[in-house]
Ligand binder design. Structure first.
Ligand SMILES: NC(=O)c1ccc[n+]([C@@H]2O[C@H](COP(=O)([O-])OP(=O)(O)OC[C@H]3O[C@@H](n4cnc5c(N)ncnc54)[C@H](O)[C@@H]3O)[C@@H](O)[C@H]2O)c1
Length: 242
């Protein structure tokens, strides 16, 4: 159980859902896990369970990003893995989307990923090694009718992943995106009228567990994916193939 032995891993949005599953799995695989979130009580409790470190990090806060990465480099010497997982969902059609909603979703889902890649990318560039995994969505591979801002933000994550991958490849840093379909977390319950229609349209006829996504993140975080960069990894029960 040492697929990430002694790897220093930073996970955003790690207090619950997919981020929490990644924190548990990475710790079980020997990683030194730094969990971050805005839900401090839940995040700190999970960190204690997995023998990790919890820090408050609003992914929209560039000063906080820089000071966290400085702290990690001082304490650990480097950051090996960044999982840009934190995200929010809002549902409105284009014509009903208030500017504030669009800006908020872009701030968390898109600016947050940019800031994380920038702060951690600078440290990884010095170390000439690293793996960055950005959690996009099926909504970053296809249209997202009824969730206009969310879809825009997740396409942006997919695009940023590719440019970052090309810019950072010569420093030994890999950058990939994961595109989950229906995943059984609190976010899935935020789909208006429930997730049933999405699940009915999924060939495998079920949602995935957060643990299933964590296994894909583990592969991309580890050396097992050593020749993959700038790539999209779908985990969607086949829905994108329809
Ligand atoms: N659940 C799904 O069906 C699904 C599908 C596709 C993509 N995703 C993506 O997967 C990722 C994880 O989502 P989840 O399903 O675990 O949802 P979740 O709502 O259970 O967890 C999201 C986490 O992000 C944190 N967060 C929100 N805003 C933050 C901020 N500003 N700074 C730091 N942390 C913040 C939350 O506190 C929470 O812990 C998200 O990027 C989401 O868009 C989810």
């Amino acid at each position: 159980m040492s697929r990430l032995k002694d790897k220093v891993c930073l996970i955003t949005g790690a207090a619950k859902g997919q981020g929490a599953a990644e924190a548990r799995l990475f710790a079980a695989q020997g990683a030194r896990v730094w969990l971050t979130d805005v839900l401090d009580e839940e995040g700190a409790a999970l960190a204690a369970q997995v023998d990790g470190i919890y820090r408050h990090l609003d992914v929209c806060d560039q000063v906080a990003w820089d000071s966290l990465v400085d702290e990690m480099v001082s304490a650990e010497g480097r950051v090996d893995v960044l999982i840009n997982n934190a995200g929010i969902f809002r549902s409105n059609r284009l014509v009903d989307t208030p500017l504030e909603e669009f800006e908020l979703v872009m701030q968390v889902n898109c600016t947050g990923v940019f800031l994380g890649m920038r702060s951690v990318g600078r440290a990884m560039q010095k170390a000439e090694a690293g793996s960055i995994v950005n959690i996009s969505s099926l909504a970053g591979m296809a249209s997202a009718p009824g969730a206009f801002a969310y879809g825009a933000s997740k396409w942006a994550v997919r695009g940023m992943t590719k440019t970052a991958a090309i810019e950072l490849a010569r420093f030994g840093i890999r950058v990939n995106s994961i595109h989950p379909g229906a995943i059984d977390t609190e976010m899935l319950t935020q789909i208006p009228n429930g997730p049933e229609r999405l699940i009915r349209g999924t060939p495998m006829r079920r949602a995935a567990s957060a643990d299933e996504v964590a296994k894909m993140a583990l592969f991309l975080a580890s050396e097992e994916s050593s020749y993959s960069t700038g790539s999209e990894f779908l985990i969607d029960g086949g829905i994108h193939a329809v």
